[in-house]
Write a protein that binds this ligand. Structure first.
Ligand code: NAP
Ligand code: MG
Length: 499
């Protein structure tokens, strides 16, 4: 691997942060796991242990849920005005912004993502999400309803009330963004939270917890329990005193969450996997579509739920697009997250690297061919080469299943109906894109695609204000935008005769 530059020096506060085992935040106190156990988190750029964190399990989840329940029912939180809640959230965002460089470094170290990306995308997006939802705290409204029951006069209106204690289980691909995205609407609507970060990347969520008190958010409103999915996560999903679970991760675990939630019929929202089609028509501005398709798959080492992992190109431009994407892919500077010139970091873990490589092997055994890439890079850290696969078809595992790594399959098409059948021929429905200069065709295709987001002549554009979520097995509900507040509120109808 070409390592032309040096890694940046680690900030003093970050070095001190990872030097000590990190406790969990329960009821405003930093505590060890009841079992006393800890587990390591790794730096994927080196494969070395980065830090140790508390290994919370069922007992700790019980403590955290009890704290969240008490804060919801009895604490000062329920009497704090919406305006003050919004101001607290804004302070929370300001504090995060003030410590942006520390968070960017910690995110890069724990997840492996390029420091440049953490600085440019992860931290500013997290700040923006908190601010966007801070604005909503004062705007969660019900309606007045003109009812006609029994011919009498009634006043009827709806209230939108916080759903209660919320369990939030998040993945490792955008650790801080996932935490702020989930916390934002919960705080804006007056809920209390138990957050469980992914075992691979617990550190930035914990560091965010350090800012909670300084922002003035009362004890017990935000609790953060680190631990494994099968123990801590499962206990949270099954907990009888949790009113709602918000989960982001694999479709497989999403189904386990649904089963676990059945005990008390808690509300569930799910943001799951994808296998998003990215469609390039021959009449597109090909010079824009090529980098668009390249970034659409290789950003964040392909570990993006809405990655454009199935690239469909109209046959007349197939060779040109394959060449263009392959050339750009071969120039991506793969390197350790903490090198400022790195464009693509490692994947998050040894397990994920092996999973991606075994997908590649399966593709090759079924006849796929790598134009560039095709396996691991180097033997230190968890690097996978950006890979462009051709000779693929919809029967292959690499085309059907979410790889969640830097691998794109490129397939030609000529007939639009056949293309749509293939693009929609997946259990997923998270996102899709279409590249064409023909406005009518663009909007027709957008309407035919069974996906929660469709990009036209761009890829991967997300915003705190724009709803995001999946059709089919890509999820339940929509996050971001005002839609997300519906997931955190109950509607109450109030009705009284007035004559
Ligand atoms: P995952 O297992 O779905 O993990 C997501 C979160 O769920 C983590 O916090 C995990 O905890 C927790 N979890 C795991 N098992 C659980 C259970 N039985 N009950 C409650 N919570 C549980 O994802 P992964 O194993 O890290 O990645 C596997 C694949 O999932 C990837 O290759 C990719 O295809 C997909 N994925 C999708 C997204 C997305 O945004 N759509 C994000 C990540 C991964 P621990 O990590 O502590 O075990
Ligand atoms: Mg890590």
């Amino acid at each position: 691997m070409a390592t032309a530059t040096q890694t940046i020096p680690i900030e003093k506060n970050v070095a001190a942060y990872v030097a000590k085992p990190r406790p969990m935040l329960i009821n405003g106190k930093w505590v060890q796991a009841a079992s006393g156990k800890t587990f390591p988190t790794y730096n994927p750029s080196t494969g070395e242990i980065l830090a140790h964190v508390a290994e919370g399990d069922k007992e700790d989840i019980d403590r955290a849920v009890a704290a969240a329940r008490a804060a919801f029912e009895k604490g000062p939180w329920r009497n704090i005005t919406p305006s003050e809640r919004g101001r607290m959230m804004w302070r929370f965002a300001d504090l995060l912004e003030k410590h942006a460089e520390e968070f960017a470094q910690l995110e890069s170290l724990d997840n492996g993502k390029p420091i440049a990306m953490a600085r440019m995308v992860d931290i500013p997006t997290s700040v923006d999400q908190l601010r966007y939802y801070a604005g909503w705290a004062t705007k969660i409204e019900g309606n007045t309803i003109p009812i006609s029951a029994y011919g009498a006069k009634y006043l009827a209106y709806t209230l939108r009330e916080p759903i209660g204690v919320v369990g939030q289980i998040i993945p490792w691909n955008f650790p801080l963004i996932m935490a702020t995205l989930k916390l934002g609407p919960a705080l804006a609507s007056g809920c209390t939270v138990v957050l469980k970060p992914a075992e691979q990347t617990p550190l930035t969520a914990l560091m965010l917890g350090e800012l909670v008190q300084e922002a003035g958010i009362p004890d017990g409103v935000i609790n953060i329990v680190t631990g494994y999915g099968e123990t801590a996560g499962a206990a949270l999903a099954a907990h009888p005193d949790v009113n709602k679970i918000a989960f982001t991760g694999s479709t497989e675990v999403g189904k386990l969450i649904v089963h676990a939630a059945a005990g008390n019929l808690k509300k569930v929202s799910l943001e799951l996997g994808g296998k998003s089609p990215n469609i390039v028509f021959a009449d597109a501005e090909i010079e824009g579509a090529i980098p668009g398709a390249t970034n659409g798959i290789f950003f964040n080492s392909g570990q993006v739920c809405c990655a454009g992992s199935r690239l469909f190109v109209e046959d007349k431009q197939f060779d040109r697009v394959v060449d263009g994407v392959s050339q750009l892919a071969s120039k991506i500077r793969l390197g350790p997250g903490m090198e400022p010139t790195t464009q693509m970091g490692p994947v998050v873990s040894e397990e994920q690297m092996n999973r991606v490589c075994s997908y590649l092997e399966s593709g090759f055994s079924e006849g796929a061919k790598a134009v560039v890439g095709g396996g691991r890079e180097g033997n230190k850290g968890y690097f996978v080469k950006p890979t462009v696969l051709v000779n693929t078809n919809e029967k292959m595992k690499v085309v059907r299943e979410e790889i969640f790594g830097p691998v794109v399959t490129v397939m030609p098409f000529s007939d639009v109906d056949d293309l749509l059948a293939k693009a929609n021929g997946t259990q997923f429905g998270l996102a899709a894109a279409v590249w064409t200069r023909d406005i009518k065709k663009a909007h027709r295709i957008a309407s035919e695609l069974r996906a929660g987001t469709v990009w036209i002549n761009c890829y991967g554009v997300l915003d705190s204000a724009m709803p995001f979520g999946g059709y089919k097995q890509s999820g339940w509900g929509r996050e971001m935008g005002h839609e997300m507040l519906n997931l955190y509120t109950e509607v109450k109808s109030v009705c009284t005769p007035i004559s």
